[in-house]
Design a protein around this ligand. Structure first.
Ligand SMILES: [Zn+2]
Length: 172
């Protein structure tokens, strides 16, 4: 039996004790968080978040891809969020590969070059700044000035804010 069976069993106990009732589909903090899929980052615990308060978008690296922009556009235009927090982290899996190397590996294994960008990085602060810039420059988003970026330390649990070059980018 795989892990999923255990988790489905856990859910039966969770649902039996569930007392929250119905929450509004619109996040009460009017906040969207984009972060990495990393298994060590418990976003709710690390930020003191509760259910119903924020949208959480996760992928490998917390990268601002077209699909993340799609989600943010819906989050802002239909579900009322106005702020965006980006949380990258130390010891990320994307620091262990290179774009060219992983792309070649996929192509050699499958005979197809992937259509997506790999988005590996070496400097996490620079990666956060690039993600902030992508949000700030997206024409599909309504609210692009309240975007802040952080690095989460997976060994200490501490969050550190990354200074963005918003002035250079012109904000917006
Ligand atoms: Zn990561």
């Amino acid at each position: 039996m795989g892990a999923i069976d255990d988790l489905a069993g856990n859910n039966r106990r969770f649902a039996a004790a569930y007392g929250r009732g119905h929450l509004d589909v619109r996040p009460s903090l009017r906040l969207a968080i984009v972060t990495c899929m990393d298994s060590r980052l418990d976003v709710f615990a690390a930020l003191g978040l509760e259910d119903g308060q924020a949208h959480i978008l996760r992928n490998a690296g917390g990268v601002i891809t077209d699909d993340v922009i799609r989600s943010l556009a819906i989050s802002q235009r239909r579900l009322g969020t106005v702020e965006v927090a980006l949380i990258h982290h130390t010891d990320c899996g994307l620091q262990m590969i290179t774009d060219d190397g992983f792309r070649a590996e996929l192509q050699e294994a499958t005979g197809m070059a992937p259509s997506f960008a790999i988005e590996s990085f070496t400097d996490v602060d620079e990666d956060v700044r690039q993600s902030i810039a992508r949000v700030r420059h997206s024409p599909f988003l309504l609210h692009r000035s309240e975007v802040r970026g952080f690095v989460y330390d997976v060994d200490t649990g501490a969050l550190r804010e990354v200074e963005s070059d918003a002035a250079v980018l012109g904000g917006g």
